[in-house]
Ligand binder design. Sequence first.
Ligand SMILES: [Zn+2]
Length: 153
Amino acid sequence: MNCQRVQNLLSALIDQELESNQKQEVRRHLVGCRECHAEHTTLLQLKECFGNLPKTEPRLDTLAGLRLRFSEKPAPTAFSARFNLILLRGLSLTGVCLLLFLMVTALLYPAGAPAGGVAATNNFTAPATVAAADQNFSLDQSVTVYQASLDLP
Ligand SMILES: [Zn+2]
């Protein structure tokens, strides 16, 4: 058993939680290893120190005060105030972006414009010569630049 494993098991050894074979292995290691033995001694001293502390029962008014404090809404901390400020800024920025989007949309697509808006103005109407050469297009049919480019030599 290596030192790391033994040191992980020291608390369990002190609390009498190990099985007998594990306990024997750890004790055997402690006899031969100065470092683990020192760690074991320190843990034993700590346990003894905590065991010697006087046991106090919490006073009833202390318990009532704690219940009252937990039932109250916590006061805003510096972190939550800062978080709220960041959230407010983010929402403001989003609102401004949305407003700009709506304004640009209103400019590009005025209320009385024909359906299709900007896309309709970008349509390429094939010249009569191209349309006459291709049976797929008529003069009345609008053709996109992409469609027209497929027919050009
Ligand atoms: Zn060791």
